[in-house]
Design a protein around this ligand. Sequence first.
Ligand code: HEC
Length: 131
Amino acid sequence: MAVVAASAIAAAGWAYLREGDWAKGLVAAYGVPNPVPPSSEAVERGRATFRDRCVVCHGARGRGDGPGGATLDPKPADLVLHVPQHTDGELHYMISVGFPESAMPAWRSVLSEQDRWELVHYLRVLASGNP
Ligand code: HEC
């Protein structure tokens, strides 16, 4: 039930995106709670997804220094600095739809809803210095 409600709110955010307004979608996503209960299993699955998909640009410790990001402008975000500045809903939104005018991909059609929320759990652990 919580998953359905959160998806409905997230869908509201994506409606803005179709109109080309990324920032309004981010605002809509602000209060969306992570519907996946925190657990070490969820963190481990998030960690595996991060290794497969994100380390290439963001680096193993999330500092934005992966080999694939070296020539990008803007450079991949330092997640240790940026993750604490965002709510779970905002992180899930940025992972899902990408970051405008940058190489940050939209993962919505690649990773499942569950995968993306597990990534959010892992990003909290990563940002606390435990990659
Ligand atoms: C092709 C390189 C690339 C890959 C792969 C990539 N990212 Fe990014 N990511 C970026 C770039 C570049 C930015 C910076 C956008 C900016 O600051 O303008 C970014 C920004 C972000 C942000 C926003 C941080 C903030 O607050 O500004 C998050 C969160 C994020 N990435 C998470 C991820 C996750 C999770 C994955 C794996 C599923 C991933 N990224 C894969 C390049 C990448």
